[in-house]
Design a protein around this ligand. Structure first.
Ligand code: AMP
Length: 273
């Protein structure tokens, strides 16, 4: 079946009940794994490609963000998507409609992780995903654990207002990595080949954290490894997998989360430890 590319809200009228994969494009195998997961679950899959201005702060990489739309459509089709929704700003945020952000759940404001370092971010993400869910009305929304706090925030947002989105189920899928362990990311396109070893500092730091028993030692080890790779750390922590708040006692079964800058490129990663 050939791919159906749509860009108006009215084009979605008969497409409710699909598995939905929201993205900002520049697709890689991480995004495509989400499409495949929907197909494997037995659902027709709709992907959206929209670089959402409201989740970027001034000075972040909104203008530079890669937008290879023809490549993206070919990849989405090859992975098994049936529909790709490519709205522009006037469809997402019409001038005559007030598109509101739902109340932010506590996991979007209390952990002091992405919320502390990108204060605009979850307001922008919740606003755009709420709008997309209103338009697409899927049965499932499939997301990556690569953006772990984002996944928990959106699961909480939907759980707080289940009737609005017809009990859509938010499904989290494992992070897809390059053979060397680097988490796939559209922003990896900003990395020079010579940066790759430094970028692996995140993976190596989480590995070091998984070898110890308590959060303080794990966090100290992560910072040491990140510094050895000449990365500037926003956070390198072990947190409760559900609340993202600090843990006491054994860290086994909790989550290591890192955000660090490789020069101008901000990288994030996480894993269960
Ligand atoms: P983005 O285009 O960066 O907004 O990401 C769209 C979706 O793809 C989000 O649910 C991300 O968590 C997910 N994603 C991004 N990178 C990966 C990856 N390496 N593995 C799995 N999912 C990913």
């Amino acid at each position: 079946m050939s791919l159906h590319v749509v860009n108006q809200a009215s084009d979605l009228a008969d497409l409710a009940g699909m598995a939905f994969v929201p993205t900002m494009g520049a697709l890689h195998d991480g995004h495509l794994s989400l499409v495949r997961a929907g197909v494997e679950m037995g659902h027709p899959v709709i992907m959206s490609i929209y670089v959402n201005p409201t989740q970027f702060a001034p000075g972040e990489d909104f203008d530079a963000y890669p937008r290879p739309i023809d490549d993206d459509l070919a990849k989405a089709e090859a992975a098994g998507a049936q529909v790709v929704f490519v709205p522009d700003n006037s469809v997402m945020y019409p001038a005559d409609e007030d598109i509101a952000c739902p109340p932010l759940p506590s996991v979007a404001t209390e952990p002091r992780l992405e919320d502390a370092h990108r204060p605009h971010f979850f307001t922008g993400v919740c606003k755009v995903v709420a709008r997309l869910l209103d338009l697409v009305r899927p049965s499932h929304m499939i997301m990556g654990r690569k953006d772990y706090q984002q996944l928990l925030v959106l699961q909480s947002m939907v759980a707080a207002d289940p009737g609005r989105w017809n009990n859509v189920e938010v499904v989290g899928c494992e992070t897809i990595r390059e053979p060397d362990g680097l988490a796939m990311s559209s922003r990896n396109a900003y990395l020079a080949e010579s940066d790759r070893d430094r970028a692996l500092g995140l993976t190596r730091a989480m590995q070091a954290a998984s070898e110890v028993a308590d959060a303080a030692t794990a966090e100290h080890r992560m910072r040491t490894v990140l510094k050895e790779h000449d990365l500037r750390v926003d956070y390198a922590v072990v947190r409760d997998s559900h609340t993202l708040m600090p843990v006491t006692g054994s860290i086994h079964g909790h989550r290591a989360l890192i955000a660090a800058h490789l020069d101008a490129v901000r990288l994030i990663d996480n894993q269960s430890i």
